[in-house]
Design a protein around this ligand. Sequence first.
Ligand SMILES: NC(=O)c1ccc[n+]([C@@H]2O[C@H](COP(=O)([O-])OP(=O)(O)OC[C@H]3O[C@@H](n4cnc5c(N)ncnc54)[C@H](OP(=O)(O)O)[C@@H]3O)[C@@H](O)[C@H]2O)c1
Length: 296
Amino acid sequence: MRALRVHELGAPPRLDEVPVPEPGEGEVLVRLEATVIGHHDLGVAAGVLPVFQPLPYVPGLEGAGRTVDDDTPVRVFGGGLGSTRPGTWAEYVVAPAAAVTPVPGSLPPALAAACGSSANTAWAALHDAGAIGDGESVGVTGATGAVGSLVVQLAGGHRVVAWTRSPKRVQARAEVLRDDEDPAEPVDLLIDTVGGPLLPRRLRSVRAGGRAVLLGYTAGERVELELPALMHGDVSLLPLNMRRRRVPPEVTAQLLDDFAAGRLTVAIDVVGVDELNERIGRLKAGRATGRLVLAW
Ligand SMILES: NC(=O)c1ccc[n+]([C@@H]2O[C@H](COP(=O)([O-])OP(=O)(O)OC[C@H]3O[C@@H](n4cnc5c(N)ncnc54)[C@H](OP(=O)(O)O)[C@@H]3O)[C@@H](O)[C@H]2O)c1
C-alpha cells in the first residue's frame, strides 16, 4: 500500500510503498478513502508534540473509509493513531475498535473524515469546558476555521460574536468583527482558537467574571498577559485538551447525522498526493481554506 511517512521530524513526508498492516485482537483494518491532514499531525511531525514511534512513522489522527471485513462506512479517530501507533496517512490503517465509528452511508468520505473531531471540539468547548448557559452570549475567534465555524453553527440560539480575518466567509448568523475590532457588548463566554498576541485584547471582550476556553494557537504559541488586567477582568481561563474530554457517543452520532442531512457543514479542501506538500505549507502559514483532506 502507499503510505506517507515522516523520515525526519520537521521534513516533508515521503510517499513509500509498505505492506498492508494486519489487525490483531480488538483491532479493525480500514481501507481509507480520505485522510485528514491536521494541525495536530503537523505538530507531531514537526517534533512539537510527542511521537512515540521509531522513525520513519505514519502520521494521521483521523480519516474515513470502509472496514475491510464487512465494507461498513466508518470514520477513524484517536486511539493513539499517528502518535503511539501508525496513523491514517496511508491507504490502510489498523485502528483499535474504540477508535472506529460507523457513519451514515450518505456522508461523503472526505466530509466524514473532516467533520468529526472539529465538531466534537466545538461541542466540548461550548458545553463541557465552556458550560454555556441559557441566554448567555459567546464569542469565537478564527470563526471561519473548522472548529470556529462549527462553534458559530452550534451556538445558534445564543448571541454570537465571530472574530475573523475573512468576514465574508462567515455564513451563519453572528456579529462579525475583524481581529482589531471590539464588540459593542462583552460576551459571557469566549472560545479562542487562535491564541498568540491576539488573546489579551480578546479577553477584554469578555464580561467581568466570564469564561474563556483556550483551545488553539494558530496565531501564535506564546501569550503575554498583564496580571493586573487579568485579575481586574476576573475571566476564568479554561484550557481544553480533547484527548482528555469524552463527548457522549449519542452527541457524536447526532453531529454526524446533522452533517449527513446538511444541517451542519465544514469547509474542506480535497487534494491528491501531488498537491499535498504545497497545501501543507498553506496550512502551516494560516492560509488554509478548509480542512485539508487527502483523497486516496
Ligand atoms: N485543544 C484541542 O484539543 C484542539 C482540538 C482541535 C483543534 N485544536 C486547535 O485549534 C486550532 C484551530 O483548529 P482548526 O482545525 O479550526 O484550524 P483551521 O481550520 O486551520 O482554522 C484556523 C483559523 O484560525 C485563524 N487563523 C489562522 N492563522 C491566524 C493568524 N495568524 N492570525 C489570526 N487568525 C488566524 C483563521 O480563521 P479566520 O480566517 O476566520 O480568522 C483560520 O481559519 C488549531 O490550533 C488546532 O490545533 C485544538
